[in-house]
Design a protein around this ligand. Structure first.
Ligand SMILES: Cc1cc2nc3c(=O)[nH]c(=O)nc-3n(C[C@H](O)[C@H](O)[C@H](O)COP(=O)(O)O)c2cc1C
Length: 141
């Protein structure tokens, strides 16, 4: 679902990806780096959203202008800390669901059977919305 096919107004991208193998400790370090980069770039580009790290997967919603989303998704897609990026939704929106950018979670791989690739866009958005109000482990407004 290429972002390029949409207009230039406010859009939301939702994707899921798989973390590369890493320990809980490593994940903490990588999460700090991702948060630092996101704090800088996203605020400057008026990007908001939520990044959820759960059971060895990332689920992220990002909202902003078409151009800002294309640029940041290029960066994110090339990031070696995750793979199998599946963009589940790209849609024009009139209102943001997330008022700032933040990150939740932080669990590395387990065998709970959690599989975000099997989830619909609506289910992923519901999970992200609940996570957003579950209290911040870290945030970058
Ligand atoms: C799952 C995941 C989500 C990310 N989300 C963002 C993001 O929302 N904004 C951002 O700028 N970088 C994000 N990054 C980091 C970028 O891939 C990249 O490392 C960063 O933009 C590089 O910034 P720099 O060149 O300024 O150091 C994310 C990385 C991963 C693995």
């Amino acid at each position: 679902m290429p972002i390029e096919n949409f207009g230039h107004g406010l859009h939301r991208v939702v994707y899921v990806s798989r973390m590369v193998e890493m320990s809980e400790e490593q994940l903490k370090q990588e999460a700090d780096e991702i948060i630092d980069a996101s704090r800088r770039r996203n605020a400057a580009q008026a990007l908001t959203g939520l990044l959820l790290a759960h059971e060895g997967f990332f689920i992220q919603a990002l909202e902003g202008s078409h151009d800002a989303l294309v640029a940041v998704m290029d960066q994110i897609a090339a990031d070696p800390r995750h793979c199998d990026i599946k963009v589940v939704g790209v849609e024009p929106i009139t209102e943001r669901a997330f008022g700032r950018w933040s990150m939740r979670g932080g669990a590395s791989k387990s065998d709970s059977g959690f599989d975000p690739y099997a989830m619909t866009l609506a289910d992923l958005m519901a999970l992200l919305r609940v996570s957003a109000v579950m209290g911040a482990r870290r945030s970058a407004a």
